[in-house]
Ligand binder design. Structure first.
Ligand code: NAD
Length: 338
């Protein structure tokens, strides 16, 4: 029986890569029964709202969604729909696994899962400006927060993920030397919880700046990384770079009552509408969604077909150094699923 799921095409390259998802899903035997739902810039034009109620209702009903990237205006404009969705469905864990797909790159055999706290930190900050003289925006304030309960929940989630996936180590990333309260509370929670996993999963910790350098110098020392919201956002893009770029990095937003899967990358307005976007990150997110829905065999079949098309058949989009378009790589993966 196909699982009912919401599918949000999104903005920029979103509709192009979602078309690829639909074509590949069909070749997989339609494991999901898609309910199309609008969000983002496009939804303002059609529904007067970047996050229409009908889309929220669809996700609430299906508890499962795959989302194309959504454009967020920089500086002013409407709030990030991504952040709103995480808050609305309490999607507290952002899982970003990065595994080498194409061997022989600058870094080989990378296999790191970054677990990002998805609700608090500077993403939940109270921001405002203070005027000085005739400058209305002379001083900018941001007051982020982390809660002990939120820290404990994400750290436990990271350790449980490590146990369930045969991982050996969880690295806690923080900046408790400077942001002593904001990220000290995170480190304290980790030190409290890690002993429960002694003998099964090792724990160490890094200051975020040192972690960034060590990820570049020796990424193989990392297994599972768990960190606060902003650090997780930045480090996961760095880690995506280690495996060949954003075109290969999937993500999952997990909550108690819903899960939303997506690519780590954004709407890539610079290449939108040109048929050159790499659909692999969103297809790998589809694989994570199949695993989550209990259909790991289908997820493995999809990953094997992606590997065969991209690595064996060398069908690669421009971001991976090839010349293929979105339709070529989609056709190559479909061919491998026959
Ligand atoms: P981006 O990830 O959209 O693009 C960064 C660079 O990577 C660009 O050069 C782009 O062409 C390239 N790229 C990204 N995805 C690609 C793909 N699948 N195939 C080939 N090349 C790809 O980041 P940005 O330009 O900083 O952000 C654009 C918009 O996306 C912004 O509005 C931002 O807020 C939004 N955004 C959304 C999400 C999301 O929906 N989850 C995530 C990040 C950024």
């Amino acid at each position: 029986m196909p699982h009912p799921a919401t599918l949000i095409p999104g903005d920029g390259i979103g509709p192009e890569i979602v078309e690829s998802v639909l074509a590949v899903s069909e070749a997989l035997g339609n494991p999901f029964m898609w309910e199309m739902a609008p969000a983002g810039l496009g939804a303002i034009a059609t529904h007067g709202d970047p996050l229409p109620q009908s889309t929220l209702d669809s996700i609430r009903k299906n508890k499962l969604a795959l989302k194309g990237p959504l454009t967020t205006p920089v500086g002013g404009g409407f709030k990030s729909v991504n952040v709103e969705l995480r808050r609305e469905f309490e999607l507290f864990a952002n899982m970003r696994p990065a595994t080498t797909l194409i061997p022989g790159g600058r870094y080989d055999n990378i296999d790191i899962t970054l677990v990002r706290e998805n609700l608090d930190g500077f993403y939940a900050a109270f921001e405002h400006y203070m005027p000085v003289g005739d400058d209305a925006k002379a001083v900018a304030f941001s007051a982020g927060f982390n809660t002990r309960a939120g820290c404990r929940r994400i750290i436990r989630h990271a350790f449980e993920y490590a146990v369930a996936n045969g991982r050996k180590k969880v690295t806690i990333v923080h900046k408790a030397n400077i942001l002593k309260a904001l990220t000290g509370i995170f480190l304290d929670a980790a030190r409290d919880i890690a002993p429960e996993y002694e003998g099964r999963v090792a724990m160490d910790d890094r200051i975020v700046d040192a972690c960034a350098m060590q990820l570049v110098l020796n990424p193989w020392q990392f297994d599972v990384i768990v960190t606060t919201n902003l650090f997780g956002d930045i480090l996961s893009d760095l880690i995506a770079g280690l495996i060949g770029g954003l075109g290969l990095a999937p993500g999952a937003n997990i909550g108690a009552n819903a899960a939303i899967f997506e690519a780590v990358h954004g709407s890539a307005p610079d290449i939108a509408g040109r048929g050159v976007a790499n659909p692999v990150a969103l297809l790998l997110a589809l694989g994570l969604m199949l695993d989550h829905a209990g259909d790991k065999a289908c997820g493995d079949r999809l990953r094997a077909a992606i590997y065969a098309a991209v690595v064996t058949d060398e069908i690669r989009t421009r971001d991976l150094g090839g010349t293929a378009g979105t339709a070529d790589i989609t056709a190559g993966i479909r061919q491998r699923l026959r």
